[in-house]
Design a protein around this ligand. Sequence first.
Ligand SMILES: Nc1ncnc2c1ncn2[C@@H]1O[C@H](COP(=O)(O)OP(=O)(O)O)[C@@H](O)[C@H]1O
Ligand SMILES: [Mg+2]
Length: 362
Amino acid sequence: EMMLEPLLLRFVDLAREITNAQYGALGIVADDDRLEQFITSGITEEERAAIGAPPAGSGLLGVIIRQGASLRLRDISKDSRSAGFPPNHPHMKTLLGVPVVYKDKIVGRLYLSEKQGGEEFTSEDEEMVRLFAAQAAASIENARLLERSQDLAILEERERIGMDLHDGVIQSLYGVGLNLEDCADVVDEDPDFVRQRLDKAVNDLNQVIKDIRSYIFHLRPAAFDARDLGQALFDLAREVRVNSLIEVNLDVAEAGVRELPPDLSENLFHIAQEALANVAKHSRASQAWTRLQIADGVVQLTVRDNGRGFNTSRPGGIGHRGLGNIADRARALGGTYEVTSSVGGGTSITVAVPLEGAYAHA
Ligand SMILES: Nc1ncnc2c1ncn2[C@@H]1O[C@H](COP(=O)(O)OP(=O)(O)O)[C@@H](O)[C@H]1O
Ligand SMILES: [Mg+2]
């Protein structure tokens, strides 16, 4: 469910926006009626942690989650089904709850609370959110299907990699081991023999390294066509748009892009890919901009978003190598990498590579 979460969050954010609600939440139920996910918007992570477990079962939200009707309340506490708020829960009075329905099946419910100015939610709010929920249900279902098929593809790929490694690399290394095994026994009597064996072992190991390199190289998805970076960025923007509901604007230079050297194009593509993955995963932005321009012998790629930003002085930590990889790629290309971000003020990543030097005569 990792990839789905930003999409759901975006969906709740938008619903809050169109109804002017201070708080929003989305409960998704699994086929066995378990509350699978409870996404909240309008409270901080700390506030959410202080409230504790999401509403399952007994209270108002638990009871109505599977019901088909919309619910509009002037005062939550006056509803007979209300079990009261847990401690540390922000005060909420007005409520709009709308089922999220996909193909006649209720997959969850969207809740909005505290319309601005203490007003009640209107029937227009209800209507809009219902329409919106239907669209969102379709994208949730799509994302689920996609995720499931990707999970399957990943499993198959793992299986294949495991078998390839076993049949190839491990067999070769086993052979090298055998070759060396009896060397220790004869090292005093027959040093020439041992010398030959060691030479052979070194050669064999070098061959194994080459094999692994080439294997890793061919593991990379071949879908990217280095001759058409513009098209690749276009496809990438579309994919991110569909998977995150973030509006990704694309601005690619008219001239010169097709003439960029293939490996430069490929690196720029991977940089854009990582930067946009971060936008989708971390930013909570509504819009992003991808810009590729060539001016004064410098090709410049910028990925910017209007999301929540982050503190760039804190290192990403183990397992967070995305930005580090972008920086490494930029350096390897003889270019520069710059990230600017402020908490609440969006993020911008720019990589600039001079076309002189290594790429002068491409
Ligand atoms: N566009 C962005 N908006 C908000 N935060 C971001 C953005 N890009 C990166 N970050 C923050 O920087 C951290 C490091 O990013 P990265 O190196 O790509 O690692 P990862 O994506 O695996 O967490 C992220 O965990 C996130 O907190
Ligand atoms: Mg990342």
